[in-house]
Write a protein that binds this ligand. Structure first.
Ligand SMILES: C[S@@+](CC[C@H](N)C(=O)[O-])C[C@H]1O[C@@H](n2cnc3c(N)ncnc32)[C@H](O)[C@@H]1O
Length: 213
């Protein structure tokens, strides 16, 4: 399953997509949802803190945390093209040496990653079938705060995602999207010692921020 997952992710988030996303990020900066996630996670300070950005894409969150004074951290992504784009931008900004780049399925690589103060998963859990494995691994590495954005668990969203997956199946593409129930997400984080601090529901996305007591 994992191998197939990584192949699907690498094909979906390929070189062409990474170049386009990096260009877009350089022109426009962070999207509104990502702003909100960074602000919520950074609520009790970023200066000198460490981070793990899981499925960070071209690195919008990591760049923002570094610009706000983070000490450094880990950028983890299953897409080699996205990871390279995140590193390219960090090199251009002069702090790539303070970030460790970890390629592959985070569930498989988590044992090699140091715990960090802030952990983020922005629209990543919806790429992964085994939510408890991914969020359990992320939560165990969280010292202070974990923030995530997932699709809302509404019937409308489930129907939309089923249509996307049908399209993917028809074009024989291995990448799939998953809707995980926010209540189940919260239970997994609770089992790993993280309590709810802040939740925000938009039309499509659900954002949750959890802290260690
Ligand atoms: C929809 S993109 C989101 C990128 C970025 N966080 C954002 O919001 O713009 C999902 C990202 O998660 C990564 N990803 C998916 N499954 C992963 C896994 N098991 N381990 C690490 N990264 C993963 C993908 O390669 C991709 O970069």
């Amino acid at each position: 399953m994992t191998c197939c997952h990584c192949q699907g992710v690498a094909r979906m988030f390929d070189e062409k997509m990474a170049r386009r996303q990096l260009r877009h990020y350089r022109r426009k900066g962070l999207g509104k949802g990502t702003w909100e996630l960074v602000d919520a996670v950074a609520g009790d300070g970023v200066e000198g803190r460490t981070f793990i950005d899981i499925g960070g894409g071209v690195g919008a969150i990591q760049h923002e945390l570094m610009e706000r004074g983070a000490a450094g951290g880990t950028s983890a992504d299953a897409s080699p093209a996205y990871l390279a784009a995140a590193k390219e931008e960090a090199e251009a900004r002069g702090y790539a040496g303070r970030i460790r780049y970890v390629e592959g399925d985070f569930v498989e690589r988590a044992g090699e990653v140091d715990a960090a103060d802030l952990v983020t998963l922005d629209r990543v859990v919806c790429c992964y079938p085994d939510m408890p494995a991914l969020l359990g691994a992320a939560a165990r590495l969280t010292r202070r705060t974990l923030g995530l954005v997932i699709p809302r668990g509404t019937r409308f969203m489930r129907w939309g995602v089923a249509m996307v997956n049908l399209f993917q199946r028809l074009r024989r593409h291995p990448f799939r999207v998953y809707v995980h129930d926010p209540g189940e997400v919260e239970a997994v984080l609770g089992e790993n010692g993280l309590q709810r601090r802040h939740v925000r529901e938009g039309l499509v996305w659900w954002m949750g921020v959890y802290g260690r007591e």
